[in-house]
Ligand binder design. Structure first.
Ligand code: EPZ
Length: 419
């Protein structure tokens, strides 16, 4: 079994380019079903991306990777069923639903399993697609979806700005008859990136100044080429590693605007920042200060995916920090593992109180989920002594070349084989 062996307390220094965004490339890969051919650049090497490519091949597409470029040629086979095993490979597989019904008018998928973040309902996805004209029936744990006649544009008001539901509607509405308006749509940068890809394929899709997304259906999308934006959450993660372990690291190849809700917290902790449009440099200066309160919100608020990495830095601050997780029901799964390393964190429902400690100590710990796993790795980088991280497949879902990147900036981290 693969594990990560980390000797802590190396100061992190140097420059780190950031890979393409997982949460952008996944919906775009799903949307390639609507085109004959798509060429996608800056695609990260992640197990979730491999899973999405596997699903595309199952649906009849030819998928080839050359370096960071993925070429997708959609097949004509109308295999519109994603079997349970594939759906469970990746929770965000639900975003294929809009693409499949948009391409073939029918789909059969299994209800996505929950995940480490608590129940992952898809009610908003299904209600929105039904409004577009998809008849959805549950059938022995599967969802049987059938477009009556054809997809028809309509006004869809999301009760919550769900990222995945927004993406599903955007993709399905591209070839619906008439106009679709998505009100209370998600505003994450990955939404804009998906819209840019779809426009490149001939979709008529625009975001209004109030955030509503307007889509004028077209008969077909043509082939397209697109460069995926960089991964703002990976950037926030490596900055959190630097804040926790101490050092001076410059993250490049990013859009620093996408981190505008995150960077102020590093400054509140006493880090010195230099920010340009494409790069962020973070330098620690002595012991970190606590953050008064971090409340996760939909974009442009503080991103839930950056909550656990930042919490690791707060574990070492000189005082108490408060975190409020407003997006997912249970996103503090990493706390028991942090406690094994000496962290002092109290969790009550959605609130976590982090009482900073002078130091953490290495331990044998396990990764609980993608971002929680990265947070545990950040703690190991800061801890005295050796840590051995298991279940690192969680990290491989969303961080390309994780240990290579950390070694590049001075960390003592190895991927080892453990019986
Ligand atoms: C996307 O998940 C991201 N995943 C998540 O990143 C991210 O944390 C999340 O958006 C919020 O930014 C991908 O893009 C692949 P949501 P998604 O629909 O689409 C509830 C990571 O670590 N909800 O905005 O699933 C839901 O339970 C991952 O990279 C419903 O109740 O997020 C959650 O509490 C984790 N019904 C909240 O809304 C629904 O039908 C936000 O979900 C859909 C969602």
């Amino acid at each position: 079994m693969k594990k990560l062996l980390i000797q802590g307390q190396n100061r992190l220094e140097g420059t780190l380019p950031i890979h393409g965004a997982k949460n952008s490339v996944l919906p775009i890969l799903a949307a390639t079903l609507l085109t004959d051919q798509s060429v996608l650049h800056n695609c990260p090497r992640l197990s979730d991306v491999d899973a999405a490519c596997h699903i595309l091949r199952h649906l009849g597409s030819q998928v080839e990777r050359e370096g960071d470029c993925i070429l997708v040629r959609s097949g004509n086979r109308g295999d519109c069923c994603i079997p349970d095993g594939m759906m469970r490979m990746m929770r965000s597989s639900i975003v294929f639903l809009g693409a499949i019904v948009g391409r073939w008018g029918r789909a059969r998928i299994s209800l996505p399993g929950g995940c480490e973040l608590g129940p992952r309902p898809i009610d908003l996805h299904l209600a929105a697609l039904e409004k577009l004209g998809v008849r959805i029936r549950e059938d022995h744990g599967d969802l049987d979806c059938q477009v009556e006649d054809q997809l028809r544009g309509t006004m869809i008001s999301l009760p919550f700005p769900s990222v995945g539901a927004t993406e599903n509607v955007m993709i399905a509405a591209c070839t619906a008859q008439g106009e679709t308006v998505i009100k209370n749509a998600a505003r994450e940068p990955e939404i804009a990136d998906l819209a840019a890809y779809l426009r490149g394929c001939g979709a008529q899709i625009q975001a209004a100044p109030n955030g509503d997304i307007h889509i004028q259906g077209v008969s077909r999308l043509h082939s397209g080429e697109h460069r995926v934006i960089s991964d703002r959450i990976a950037a926030a993660t490596y900055l959190s590693c630097t804040a926790a372990a101490g050092g001076d690291v410059t993250i490049t190849g990013i859009c620093s605007e996408h981190l505008s809700a995150v960077l102020p917290y590093f400054e509140e902790m006493g880090c010195r920042l230099w920010v340009t449009p494409g790069a962020v440099r973070l330098q620690t200066r002595g012991r970190l200060r606590p953050v008064r309160s971090v409340r996760t919100m939909p974009y442009p608020g503080f991103p839930t995916d950056a909550q656990s990495p930042l919490m690791t830095a707060a574990c070492l601050a000189d005082g108490t920090s408060m975190f409020v997780e407003n997006i997912f029901e249970s996103r503090y799964k990493q706390v028991p593992e942090l406690r094994r390393m000496g962290a002092d964190v109290e969790v009550e429902g959605r609130v976590a109180l982090v009482h900073g400690v002078p130091r953490l100590h290495g331990a044998a710990v396990c990764c609980t989920d993608l971002r929680g796993g990265a947070a545990i790795a950040a703690a190991a980088l800061a801890a005295e002594g050796e840590s051995l991280l298991s279940q690192i497949e969680h990290i491989d879902r969303g961080y390309e070349a994780f240990e290579e990147n950390l070694r590049r900036i001075g960390a003592d981290i190895q991927r080892v084989e453990e019986p």
